[in-house]
Design a protein around this ligand. Structure first.
Ligand code: F6R
Length: 255
């Protein structure tokens, strides 16, 4: 696993964007896997800057969001459908009809989740998967103890995740209890993964993911088995890494 530790969030965004652009270079139809949440905003902002400057073009790309809340109206601004539209589709000038989000309002959620998983494969798979990590180690909404072989499906959110995401909801508004999320097995099929992490509240999760044993209690640790993962953190999120000096040394001595 490659880890780059940056002085601040802006540099995290720049470093991650640089890698995304290099990974999709030359692809006629880049397929992006898209996380929501706070972590990837600097990355998406930097990609948007490059698109506006004519240095990157995602207009022929496809997108697949990682997850969606169950039972939320897709028109609700807090739905991940709307979040992806605001933070990715519009700024990166992607074609809205080419960016999919799991359907959390489908009458048959299991069938819709299965179809979503198949659609990713039919598109040729994800070229670059953007990830954040939860303070409990989740990726997508694969909560601790999720199966490493899991596919896109309904999951029950932990109370920790609901509390962490309460900041997006108005006071008194309930954070949904369930979601549809790409599975760990689905995520692992992406050709490249870039994870962006900032803040001291993520330090334990980052340490467990990068240096801990591979274990379902820290779902992100499955990425230790992936051949192409870049983790970009700020100093605070890297504070628990025992090998931080080595990661800095590697970054300073690339050949
Ligand atoms: C979001 C997602 C989650 C978040 C994670 C971190 O689509 O799948 O895994 O990446 O919960 O969220 P933030 O970035 O808001 O701290």
């Amino acid at each position: 696993m490659e880890v780059i530790i940056c002085p601040d969030e802006h540099q995290v965004g720049r470093v991650a964007a640089e890698r995304v652009v290099s990974w999709v270079q030359g692809l006629a139809t880049p397929v992006l896997g898209l996380a929501t949440g706070s972590s990837p905003l600097a990355l998406y902002g930097e990609l948007a800057r490059r698109v506006a400057a004519g240095e990157a073009d995602f207009s022929h790309g496809l997108g697949f969001a990682l997850d969606e809340y169950v039972g939320i109206d897709p028109e609700n601004p807090l739905s991940y459908r709307q979040t992806i539209r605001r933070t990715v589709v519009e700024p990166l000038r992607m074609e809205p009809s080419r960016v999919r989000v799991p359907d959390g309002a489908a009458p048959d959620l299991a069938a819709a989740a299965h179809e979503y998983d198949q659609a990713i494969r039919a598109a040729g798979g994800v070229d670059v998967q953007v990830l954040g990590i939860g303070s409990n180690g989740h990726i997508g909404f694969n909560e601790p103890t999720s199966s490493f072989g899991s596919r896109t499906r309904v999951k029950t959110l932990t109370q920790q995740t609901r509390a962490d995401n309460a900041r997006f909801f108005a006071a008194g508004e309930q954070v949904p209890t369930h979601c549809v999320t790409q599975g760990l097995g689905t995520i692992m099929e992406a050709r490249h993964v870039v994870m962006v992490v900032t803040g001291s509240h993520k330090a334990d999760a980052v340490a467990a993911m990068v240096e801990g044993p591979v274990a379902a209690v820290c779902p992100g640790s499955i990425l230790q088995f992936h051949p192409s993962v870049l983790v970009v953190t700020d100093e605070a999120a890297a504070a628990g890494l025992k090998h931080a000096d080595y990661f800095r040394y590697v970054a300073d001595n690339l050949i």
